[in-house]
Design a protein around this ligand. Structure first.
Ligand SMILES: Nc1nc2c(c(=O)[nH]1)N[C@H]1C(S)=C(S)[C@@H](COP(=O)(O)O)O[C@H]1N2
Ligand SMILES: [Mo]
Length: 225
């Protein structure tokens, strides 16, 4: 399976092309839903799609949510949603772009810089990577330590001024603003400092480890960050 299947639905494209206009688009949407489930639908009017590779949306209410910072660190952290609110906060507005082509312009995010949490945990200086683990039990992603420490890589809990909901990977997810959406792990459970980059979910299907918007995966999108 390839990521394109999730985004457009190969079945949907094939079905849509035999029809025209509205009915063609409708057939495409219905076929896409058959492949990915109704909750992965295009959200009317926003451009967002809700993605989940497992078919599940493993939401933890903010009151019981926990984020672990583990691996090769001098102090492991266990943070609550309130702990994240109490740390220095960063706001960032950026287009959100999926490698399958859809883009949501000017999304307003708020959260804590990943570098802040790596510093607090005392990430060992000889470690070269950071891995992100999802509560869904399947999805992981990784960045190099240099990428992870960029100012536009955030642990976010706020989207367009609201708490991040279940469909968007709330209450806490990653935002790797300069890279395609697949690098931004939803339902974030753990941040793990590792000696080397571990291949993530979509990298196993051939997507680039370095998912820079506009210069990876053979795409020529215009980067906005
Ligand atoms: N746990 C998890 N994180 C994930 C995904 C997923 O399926 N599961 N999909 C990725 C992809 S390909 C994209 S484009 C974005 C989509 O974010 P959204 O569902 O909030 O639109 O989440 C990324 N993070
Ligand atoms: Mo994506």
């Amino acid at each position: 399976m390839v990521l394109g299947l999730l985004g457009l639905g190969a079945v949907g494209v094939a079905a849509g092309s035999t029809l025209s206009g509205f009915f063609g688009r409708l057939a495409g949407e219905l076929s896409k839903n058959a492949a990915t489930g109704p909750l992965a639908d295009l959200i009317p009017g926003t451009g967002w799609r809700y993605y989940t590779v497992t078919g599940g949306f493993p939401y933890k209410p903010p009151a019981t949510y926990r984020l672990a910072v583990t691996g090769n660190v001098s102090r492991e952290l266990t943070l609550t949603a309130a702990d994240l609110k109490a740390r220095p906060r960063t706001k960032l507005t950026a287009d959100f772009q999926c490698v399958t082509g859809w883009r949501v312009p000017n999304v307003r995010w708020e959260g804590v810089r990943l570098s802040q949490l790596l510093d607090e945990a005392g990430a060992d200086s000889d470690q070269h990577a950071v891995q992100f683990v999802s509560y869904d039990g399947v999805y992981t992603e990784s960045l190099t330590m240099a990428e992870a420490r960029r100012a536009d890589v955030l642990v976010v809990d706020t989207l367009d001024g609201n708490p991040i909901g279940r469909d968007h990977g709330g209450p806490v997810r990653m935002l790797v603003a300069p890279m395609y959406g697949y690098k931004s792990c939803k339902w974030l459970s753990e941040i793990r400092v590792t000696p080397k980059v571990e291949r993530g979910y979509w990298e196993h299907y051939g997507y680039d480890q370095e998912g820079w918007v506009g210069r990876s995966n053979g795409r020529d999108d215009t980067p906005t960050t």
